[in-house]
Design a protein around this ligand. Sequence first.
Ligand code: SF4
Length: 192
Amino acid sequence: MNYQTELENYIQQHGGRHRLALHSCCAPCSSYVLEYLTKYFDVTVFYYNPNIHPESEYVKRLEEQKRLCGLFSVALIECEYNPDEFFTAVSGLENEPEGGKRCEKCFELRLKNTARLAKAKEFTLLGTTLTVSPHKNAPLINEIGARAAAEQGMIWLPSDFKKKNGYLRSIELCREYGIYRQNYCGCKFSNR
Ligand code: SF4
């Protein structure tokens, strides 16, 4: 399935500037995604990433996310940072390779809780920046995201942002704005 084409179809069919709750993992991944989506949606970034370790790294990524949101005039909601939520969710999967079962649980935790928080703030449309990464499984992320949205009675915005040079553009934007690009995915297990 071509998720980026699905996204374009959604934009064509629905028009207007709908409010979008966008889960973001970090500033580098959200750079191109914000450049693209802010043309069509009234975007609010939800920064919910209890997977990031250590806390100093979490704060560093959050500060970069705030700076980027400022550049695009986008609202940011900083969600609770409780690493225990992540460690509980991936318990028993610590030694999985990157891209394996641990990541599936990590996506599920982040997207389900973001959906719940966004629903409480009366958003009806949910999306994520996660699909810009060439290291992540876009079909799996879309499947998990669609389930998380449906559980809250929300609509999922499909995407595969790395397509159509999206990933390359995110690198260009990071250079242009001097955005900090981390060298590991985020969790303790991806940083060993
Ligand atoms: S490698 Fe990345 S996606 Fe996988 S569990 Fe760690 S932080 Fe989550």
